[in-house]
Design a protein. Structure first.
Length: 245
């Protein structure tokens, strides 16, 4: 009887051991597969995205050959710096300032005298003509054109000019031959030139000088756009003068 009980116990122990092994292997297999899936999900592509401001004019720069390079900065407050690389998919138009977003990829073997990164346009954030600084009336202005009634007529000489005093109480200059000076009154966009006197030196530009003095005497309004001063009589333009700066 003892023999049969011992045999039965050994048989039951063997069955339990065989039944337990497959379950442990199956459990380990699931854990291993789960770990592989997590590693795949963490992988990602290369490249960084950045905002770049592009100046409205390119500049000459030296590489393997003489090139035209962009002037760039990475925030509105920074100074412009030269960038000698290309920007894929970006169509630059001279005279416009851009803000763009680019994708930057690091290059393993960049060409000689070229950046070690590659930029590709993602989108154009803005494109606009830069605002020109408006100069004060108290400055030096050189005659550039007269209004003839239906069109502007450029002058052949840049010899006539005005220097308007800082206190806006007077002016001096030349009509192309003789020196001029006089009184000035300015209020808002209204202006008058009065008590105009000149030296009496004879020269072959007296007719042009007389035209200049007569236009000054008729002026009662002005407008400044960027570096250009236009004098008016009411709504009628008289002449244009450009900044000497």
């Amino acid at each position: 009887m003892k023999y049969w009980i011992l045999t039965l116990s050994l048989l039951l122990s063997s069955i339990l051991l065989v039944d337990a092994r497959p379950r442990r292997k199956k459990h380990q297999s699931k854990r291993s597969k789960h770990r592989v899936t997590r590693v795949v999900r963490r992988s990602s592509g290369g490249g960084n995205y950045k905002s770049v401001w592009i100046a409205p004019h390119q500049v000459d720069c030296n590489g393997v050959a003489l090139l035209k390079c962009f002037q760039v900065k990475y925030s509105p407050e920074e100074e412009w710096q030269t960038y000698s690389g290309a920007i894929d998919r970006f169509k630059f138009v001279e005279g416009f300032e851009y803000q763009i977003k680019v994708k930057e990829i690091k290059l393993k073997n960049p060409p000689a005298d070229a950046p070690d990164t590659k930029w590709t346009l993602v989108r154009v954030v803005s494109k606009q003509e830069p605002e020109l600084p408006k100069l004060p009336l108290a400055s030096q202005w050189i005659l550039s054109a007269y209004y003839t009634g239906n069109a502007w007529e450029g002058t052949n000489s840049k010899s006539a000019y005005l220097t308007i005093a800082r206190d806006l109480k007077g002016f001096s200059g030349t009509g192309g031959c003789n020196r001029l000076r006089g009184d000035l009154e300015a209020n808002g966009t209204n202006v008058t030139f009065s008590q105009i006197i000149s030296t009496k030196m004879a020269c072959d530009k007296l007719q042009a000088e007389t035209r200049f003095i007569e236009a000054l005497g008729k002026a009662n309004r002005f407008d400044i756009v960027g570096g250009e001063l236009t004098l008016f009589n009411g709504q009628t333009p008289l002449m244009k003068l450009e900044s000497y700066r």
